[in-house]
Ligand binder design. Structure first.
Ligand SMILES: O=C(O)CCC(=O)C(=O)O
Ligand SMILES: [Fe+2]
Length: 309
């Protein structure tokens, strides 16, 4: 397919006032979502449910959190990989740093996080993160429901939704001050179910198509990028694509992003749906426990992966 930049990622509009399951706009959007998830494993979602002042507040909150002193950010710890502070190390891009917030739609969970960074509390940040997260996570659930419906496996919808929790990671990518592109985050696939990305108005994300072409993502301020993770690909026996993506940076503007990951709960076994396994679609992956899989991937990638803890 053509030279670089000649194709772009699907853009899907979720800004209908009446986007209820079963309604005509729902069915229309659902067919676009199903197609995009199968062909690209990602799409840009236009979503007008978050007012500009809340987006501005979120941008400010991300900046404030990630500009704290290193020893403060390091207090954001977790025994689970990727759930706590990740900083620049010799094995990772020196431009990247991120903090992890488990279950950001639950106010008390956000407060637990902010209290670690600000022992005296920071209600403004807690409220902003919580308020911002709620509609984003609703968008995520809506997309997952549409995908499950478009594959004709609605009977597993509750199991699918209830088998995950949410993890928010806010990241800072230091401006490289160069005209040529520098790596901010190495190429990788997400291992979880779905990821929804929001950014301050600095682009940098690139997605690889099935043909191997890298497409730079241009996100309008009121849009999000939805990415299918490997676990969703496995659960649907390969019906969905899970694309490689990376962050490439140039110029003098610092990039901040908020990535909302839906992650399989501990102990949940990801097993391809029997309805999606047949002669034309032989079983692709043996059932697996997500936590074991993640640990195996991390071990396999070893030191060569800067994305590693
Ligand atoms: O910051 C971004 O835009 C991408 C983050 C990402 O791909 C990840 O954290 O898995
Ligand atoms: Fe990612």
């Amino acid at each position: 397919m053509g030279s670089e930049g000649s194709i772009s990622l699907p853009v899907i509009d979720f800004s209908f006032s009446e986007l209820r399951p079963g309604s005509p706009p729902w069915d229309l959007v659902k067919s676009q979502v199903g197609k995009a998830a199968a062909e690209y494993g990602c799409f840009q979602a236009l979503f007008n449910k978050i007012p500009q002042d809340l987006r501005n507040a979120m941008n400010g909150a991300m900046e404030e959190m990630l500009q704290l002193p290193l020893e403060t950010k390091r207090r954001n710890v977790s025994e689970k990989p990727y759930h706590g502070y990740l900083g620049p190390t010799s094995a990772r891009s020196s431009l990247f740093e991120s903090l992890g917030i488990v279950e950001p739609s639950i106010y008390d969970m956000v407060e637990n996080f902010t209290n670690v960074l600000w022992p005296e509390g920071n209600i403004k940040i807690s409220k902003t993160v919580h308020l911002f997260s709620e509609p984003v996570l609703e968008l995520g659930q809506m997309v997952r429901r549409m995908i499950v419906e478009s594959l004709g496996v609605e009977k597993y919808l509750d199991e699918h939704i209830n088998s995950t929790y949410n993890l928010l990671r806010v990241a800072k990518y230091e401006a490289p001050q160069t005209t040529e592109k520098k790596t901010g985050l190495m190429a990788h696939t997400d291992k979880n179910i779905t990821s929804i990305l929001y950014q301050n108005e600095v682009d940098g994300l690139e997605i690889q198509t099935k043909d191997g072409e890298w497409i730079p993502v241009k996100l309008s301020p009121d849009s999000f990028l939805m990415i299918i993770g490997e676990s969703f690909n496995a659960w649907t026996n390969g019906r969905l694509y899970s694309p490689y993506h990376r962050v490439m940076l140039s110029g003098s503007k610092t990039r901040y992003s908020a990535a909302f990951f839906s992650v399989p709960k501990e102990g949940y076994i990801i097993k391809a749906l029997e309805e999606l396994v047949d002669e034309d679609h032989p079983l692709l992956y043996k059932p697996f426990d997500y936590s074991d899989y993640l640990i195996a991937v991390l071990q396999m990638m070893g030191r060569s992966n800067p994305y590693l803890l």
